[in-house]
Ligand binder design. Structure first.
Ligand code: PLP
Length: 389
């Protein structure tokens, strides 16, 4: 079949490929510790599951409005007001989608013309670069630097802005680095965005998984509220990756276009999932706090352990649930290392360059796993690397 040429510009997410390879090894009887996939290992909180089941049993099995049910849009608007300290978020600024990922595609295709430049974090979530390229934009990487705790250099950022810059993408706390952008970084972006009237897509999906300090959204900077699209969702905070529930907060005119893209693609997000989302936001929040405590404990143990392995150096990530160690000191490239650890240590990880060119020399490991497994993984990595020395 002849495939449209634009498909050659579409990237992918390596996590799903590595997961498939790891599963194939498991089918051959090997035991693999999964540190490749970015999802909480906890179950969805019971009250949320019950709300979903109740919704199904009481007949919420039909289409809903494309932008989401009013009850959920209201609950999200209230949640964003509370969590971001924004006084006036309205339900008609909220578009609910099946997972937060569609917000990236829908916003990028709504705003970016062919040839427009989009500044995006690198290493960063691979779908940004993929989508920018897919719509014919020019992907302009904003390097995140280990020596700056995976923040960027403000002067370097300014040097990337041109008359063709049409969108800036931020992600804090960040995947894959776990880094959190400093106030200085946010202020620099806000200044440029306001001065040049450039919208910012602020991916805040790990907002609740922050271990040091308070989350600050760029939307709270002067002049930024009307220029910011906040991306957030339920996958990480409420361990709901398989439910597919996310959303964007954006100016009403853009929300109408994004809603039309929903009508043209998914029609709507599943009704019972949305009702479970209402319970997630309005019900008890203890499980969110408990997960965060568990992730922090795992982070501390895991990062300490990584730093004890010769040739590996890992800064303490301030958010999300990923460690992003520099492995260049081992003398093995990150690509070879990821394969070697999968086949020889039984540990599935991702090579840093899966997150962009500036990720080369690093690995991404998710510590959303039991302490027992994390300790086992550390041992197995250490032993496998010792065999290479
Ligand atoms: N944004 C970032 C930075 C992510 O890491 C992820 C998931 O891995 C998403 C968005 C998408 O989340 P969802 O599962 O809700 O589509």
């Amino acid at each position: 079949m002849r495939i449209a040429s634009r498909m050659s510009r579409l990237g992918t997410e390596t996590a799903f490929e590595v997961l498939a390879r790891a599963r194939a090894l498991e089918a051959q009887g090997k035991t693999i510790i999964h540190l490749e996939i970015g999802e909480p290992d906890f179950d969805t909180p019971a009250n949320v599951v019950q709300a979903g089941v109740k919704a199904l049993q009481s007949g919420h099995t039909h289409y809903t409005p494309s932008a989401g049910i009013p009850e959920l849009r209201r609950a999200i608007a209230e949640h964003i007001c509370r969590s971001r300290g924004l006084p006036d978020v309205q339900p008609d600024e909220v578009v609910v989608t099946p997972g937060a990922k569609p917000i990236m595609y829908f916003v990028i295709i709504s705003l970016v013309e062919e040839g427009d430049e989009v500044i995006y974090p690198n290493p960063g979530f691979p779908i940004y670069e993929s989508m920018i390229n897919f719509v014919g934009g020019k992907a302009v990487p904003l390097p995140l630097r280990e020596e700056r705790q995976f923040c960027f250099d403000v002067d370097e950022f300014r040097s990337l802005v041109t008359d063709r810059t049409r969108l800036i993408i931020l992600n804090s706390p960040g995947n894959p680095t776990g880094g959190v952008l400093s106030l200085e970084d946010l202020a620099a972006v806000a200044e440029v965005a306001v001065e040049r009237d450039i919208p910012v897509l602020s991916d805040e999906i790990y907002e609740q998984l922050l271990y040091e300090g308070e989350h600050v959204s760029i939307a709270t900077f002067p002049g930024m509220r009307q220029r910011t699209i906040i991306l957030d969702g339920f996958s990480k905070t409420y361990a709901m990756t398989g439910w597919r529930l996310g959303y964007g907060i954006m100016p009403v005119d853009l929300a109408q276009h994004v809603t039309r893209l929903m009508t043209n693609s998914n029609s709507c997000t599943a009704a019972f999932t949305q009702l479970a989302g209402v319970e997630a936001l309005k019900g008890p929040q203890e499980s969110v706090a408990q997960m965060k405590v568990a992730f922090r404990q795992r982070r501390d143990i895991f990062v300490k352990g990584l730093n004890q392995i010769p040739g590996i150096r890992c800064i303490m990530p301030a958010g999300a649930f990923y460690a992003f160690p520099n492995v260049s000191g081992t003398g093995i490239s990150s690509a070879e290392m990821a394969d070697y650890l999968l086949y020889e240590a039984g540990v599935a990880t991702l090579k840093g360059e899966s997150f962009g060119a500036y990720g080369k020399g690093y690995l991404r490991l998710s510590y959303a796993n039991s302490i027992e497994n994390l300790e086992k993984a550390l041992n197995q990595i250490d032993q496998a690397l010792a065999r290479r020395r």
